[in-house]
Design a binder for this molecule. Structure first.
Ligand code: PBG
Length: 305
């Protein structure tokens, strides 16, 4: 009689790739997640094979940062190398790349700074350039997480001009300016050096704005829409599911994961049961795809359960 059943096909597994060799370093804010160097990615691919997870979302940490985030679109940048490696090891894995500038900029913002502010329109050209370089490296899908207005159109145009019309776009459509990103910013070394992200990410109090952001992304050519974070935004997920036909992803973000981990470590909750309850609730709310640091564990639990 169960209405909502999680399967390994639901999950997208986020990973963090760093430059260097032979690195598999613990991320203290995300227990069980690692900074991987490209040469160690066979281990990730092997774990995906064992658990049945088919999609990966690649985040990169470059060695050098500058005002323009120029390491983000290098042909031999860390994400571009990771994509080529994963595709060589496992052509059947669906490779999605994070397209954003905050890990790559010295100021830690997701765009170009002009007169002390993030300049939306100037950023679009950079975002498009980054997406193109990921697609040229072999990514199946690009996922812009910057939240600049007009980015989906800018990316779609750039990909199409370069005969990459088959590369799809997962749009972080309703991305909130959330305090739940804390552990990620430590993991990705991407905290803004001044100010916050409220000029481009959404106010957690807003639902109507989420609707117009999703509409705009669909109009511009998004193939998958996303709500992020997930747990505090189940109403937004449900609304999106009931009103739009595109596949819907939900990102259960670092703070959601870390809260469960920390409480479980204290012995206050049962990690497996709470994690599966949360993930089931996100799917029940209407998400087709779950982006979660629990992807591998959840699939192991499903198999054993
Ligand atoms: C980059 C980005 C962030 C996350 C994904 N991409 C952080 C932010 O916007 O500050 C957060 C993911 C997580 O918390 O798990 N723009």
């Amino acid at each position: 009689m169960r209405e909502t059943v999680l399967t390994s096909r639901d999950f997208i597994y986020p990973i963090f790739v760093v430059e260097g060799n032979n690195i598999k370093e613990d991320i203290s804010s995300l227990p069980g997640n690692y900074h991987w160097s490209v040469d160690r990615l066979p281990e990730v691919v092997e774990q995906m094979r064992q658990t049945g997870v088919r999609s990966i979302l690649v985040f990169g940490l470059p060695n050098t940062k500058d005002e323009m985030g120029s390491a983000a679109w290098h042909e031999d940048g860390v994400v571009q190398q990771a994509v080529r490696k994963i595709k060589a090891l496992a052509p059947d894995i669906w490779v999605i790349t994070d397209v954003c500038m905050c890990q790559y900029t010295s100021h830690g913002h997701c765009g170009i700074i002009k007169d002390g502010y993030v300049n939306n329109d100037e950023t679009l050209d950079y975002i498009a350039k980054i997406a193109l370089s990921h697609a040229q490296a072999g990514a199946n899908m690009v996922a812009p997480s910057d939240m600049m207005d007009g980015r989906i159109q800018a990316i779609r145009n750039r990909l199409d001009e370069n005969n990459l019309e088959r590369i799809s776009i997962m749009a972080y459509s309703a991305k909130y300016a959330s305090a739940f990103y804390g552990p990620f910013r430590e993991a990705a070394q991407s905290a803004p050096q001044f100010g916050d992200r409220k000029t481009y990410q959404m106010d957690p109090a807003n639902l109507r704005q989420a609707i117009s952001e999703i509409e705009a992304d669909i109009e511009q050519g998004a193939d998958i829409i996303m709500v992020k974070p997930a747990l505090s935004y189940l109403d937004v997920i449900r609304w999106a599911r009931d009103n739009f036909d595109l596949p819907l992803a939900a990102y259960s973000v670092s703070g959601e994961f870390a809260m469960i981990k920390a409480a479980a470590e204290k012995g206050w909750i049962d990690e497996q049961r709470v994690a599966m309850e949360v993930l089931t609730s996100i799917k029940r709310a209407g998400a087709d795809l779950l982006i979660t640091y629990y992807a591998l564990d959840a699939c192991r639990w499903i198999k054993n359960g």
